[in-house]
Design a protein around this ligand. Structure first.
Ligand SMILES: Cc1ncc(COP(=O)(O)O)c(C=O)c1O
Length: 344
């Protein structure tokens, strides 16, 4: 980060720390396309075990982990249901349609939650010769564009019961699943146990430079491994990157609580300066949405001039995400800058 700039555009902007780089430099490696990279294998086994699934696959990105997870369950011409603001449908550049022939229908919830009544109204496992049949449902936890909101475990369990016996599969986009765990105390494995497959990111709040892991049944992951290679995502001495992921799991999960506290504090400071822009009580994890109407572009530009980077993620909605490269003092400074711009 340029000195003095406070970058809150995303928790993906973190740089590997010196001890993380040391772990990467010390990694034992092999050719992962041959399945011979001990560090990549260890990461895959560790994340699968942490989430209570049979097997794992290390991927370059969360998008690729989602693409492989959804592809496993949804044949070309079938549909995936998800919430209207889901990353899968908004921010993966149509990959599921473009690469895998997946069609999508969505329900909308203002906080990105599972709406059981809406899902029940949409789901059609065997829609006959004329309508598209539902093959899978994806849920995002925490939900990025809804503001880092956490899915309630009992709603997820009800969703699982609702599709029981229908053959409809459940995929969890858990790019920030550890944020949900830290915010609620519900173990990531409990959330994961509801789903047939789960993608988690190491390069968001956990601070690794690259990488996600897809977990699921062993046969599904074996096929996903072939599809990863088919799509050009097979890599060789991936252990250098897997070592960063293992380091992140060892050192950067519990500290997510600090990011959550910083996000809440930012919301409080901004709300004091510009009442009505954000309800601090709505901040559940590390993402803050500021509802600023027609001031969005001006806020982003003037904050940038003052050394604070934030982004527009929807009409009138400015998003900021706290992370491990921004401490309490910088978070407060950023909040004061945003508050000052909004109160002018
Ligand atoms: C909820 C969610 N899922 C998936 C992704 C995709 O991750 P990647 O950028 O590694 O492809 C993101 C990225 O921000 C995300 O927020």
């Amino acid at each position: 980060m340029a000195s003095g700039v406070i970058d809150l555009r995303s928790d993906t902007v973190t740089r590997p720390s010196p001890p993380m780089l040391a772990a990467m430099a010390a990694a034992d490696t092999g050719d992962d396309v041959y399945g011979e990279d001990p560090t990549a294998n260890a990461l895959e086994q560790r994340v699968a075990a942490m989430l209570g699934h049979e097997a794992g696959l290390f991927t370059t990105t969360g998008s690729l982990a989602n693409i492989l997870g959804v592809r496993a369950w949804v044949a070309p011409g079938k549909e995936l249901l998800c919430e209207a603001q889901a990353h899968i449908v908004r921010a993966e550049l149509g990959a599921h349609a473009a690469l895998n022939g997946v069609t999508t229908r969505t329900w909308f919830h203002p906080r990105g939650k599972v709406d059981l009544a809406a899902v029940r109204a949409l789901v059609a496992p065997d829609a006959g010769p004329y309508l598209v049949s539902t093959a899978a449902i994806a849920v995002e936890n925490t939900h990025n564009f809804a503001g880092g909101t956490v899915q309630a475990l009992d709603e997820l369990t009800s969703l699982r019961q609702a599709v029981h016996g229908t053959g409809v599969r459940l995929h969890l986009d858990g790019a920030r699943l550890w944020n949900a765990q830290v915010a609620t105390g519900v173990p990531a494995a409990e959330y994961a146990s509801v789903f047939d497959s789960v993608s988690v990111c190491l390069s968001k709040g956990l601070g690794a430079p690259v990488g996600s892991v897809l977990v699921g049944p062993a046969d599904m992951i074996a096929e996903a491994r072939q599809w990863r290679k088919r799509l050009g995502g097979g890599w060789r001495q991936a252990g250098v990157l897997a070592a960063a992921g293992l380091y992140a799991l060892d050192h950067h999960v519990d500290r997510l609580a600090e990011d959550h506290a910083h996000a809440r504090m930012v919301a409080e400071v901004v709300n004091d300066a510009a009442p009505g822009v954000v309800d601090p009580a709505s901040v559940e994890t590390n993402i803050v949405l500021l509802n600023v109407g027609d001031r969005a572009e001006r806020l982003v530009a003037e904050a940038r001039e003052a050394g604070v980077l934030v982004g527009v993620v929807g009409p009138g909605i400015v998003r900021l995400i706290t992370h491990l490269d921004v401490g309490a003092g910088e978070s407060r400074k950023a909040a004061e800058v945003l508050g000052a711009v909004l109160s002018r």
